[in-house]
Design a protein around this ligand. Structure first.
Ligand code: SF4
Length: 231
């Protein structure tokens, strides 16, 4: 970590990086908090920004920004959102000229995987999909004890296999890998081993219908226990 305070953008009081000013004005860095990485990590910022000078990176970033722009419509009442993420995925993939999409999905979201796969095929994409249980390798292979199996000690339980999911999509040379509902940790491994461009259509949340933010939205009521301090 470079000199200076660690960045804590999540607690920023005045978001100088997102000022409400005119196009010809300049953001006032002097008003940034002392933990602001724009002040303390200017060298890292500068290095990172040179990456956008690579034509393919710049074009990718431009397309992503255009996609963001197109997710809103301008109405007499003001800005309104219009695109669900699945549509965003389709539109962005088309913008990038992607033809072959890879779906790495959790077995718990098999129905969703089939529906998404059909939607993408109907939009003209080739879809390769790989279930998390691919390989049918028992959990004992990663030293899971009988009492640590969800279905019980006497049951066969296939381990989730995100590395194989990633390697299959790598070898299929998909233009874009899409993660659908992988568990925490399994998703981390998938991301680590995936060597093609990757995005997430949904994350796993067994309790909230795969909407982890629901627990934050109800932090002052049903999920107040999350706000309590613990060691
Ligand atoms: S970059 Fe600086 S101004 Fe922007 S949120 Fe982080 S601390 Fe605040």
């Amino acid at each position: 970590m470079p000199k200076g305070k660690k960045p804590v953008c999540a607690k920023c009081p005045n978001t100088v990086c997102q000022p409400i000013i005119k196009v010809n004005e300049t953001p006032q860095l002097t008003e940034a908090p002392d933990f602001c990485p724009m002040i303390n990590m200017a060298d890292i910022m500068q290095r990172a920004m040179t990456e956008y000078d690579k034509p393919e990176v710049k074009e990718f970033a431009r397309q992503a920004s255009l996609q963001e722009f197109e997710c809103y419509e301008r109405t007499p009442e003001g800005l309104r959102t219009k695109n669900p993420r699945i549509l965003e995925l389709i539109e962005f993939s088309k913008k990038c000229g992607y033809k072959k999409l890879g779906l790495a999905f959790c077995t718990g979201l098999s129905t969703e995987a089939r529906t998404l796969s059909e939607i993408l095929e109907n939009k003209g994409f080739e879809v390769v999909s790989v279930r998390c249980k691919v390989g049918a390798i028992p959990k004992e292979r990663i030293a899971i004890k009988p009492e640590e199996k969800i279905a019980g000690a006497a049951s066969w339980e296939s381990m989730c296999n995100p590395i194989t999911q990633a390697e299959i999509l790598n070898s299929a040379k998909v233009d874009l890998a899409i993660m659908l509902g992988l568990c925490i940790g399994h998703d981390t491994l998938f991301i680590k081993y995936c060597r093609v461009p990757m995005t997430v259509i949904a994350v796993k949340d067994r309790v909230t219908g795969h909407n982890p933010l629901a627990a934050l939205y109800t932090i002052n009521s049903y999920y107040s226990r999350l706000a309590r301090k613990s060691r």
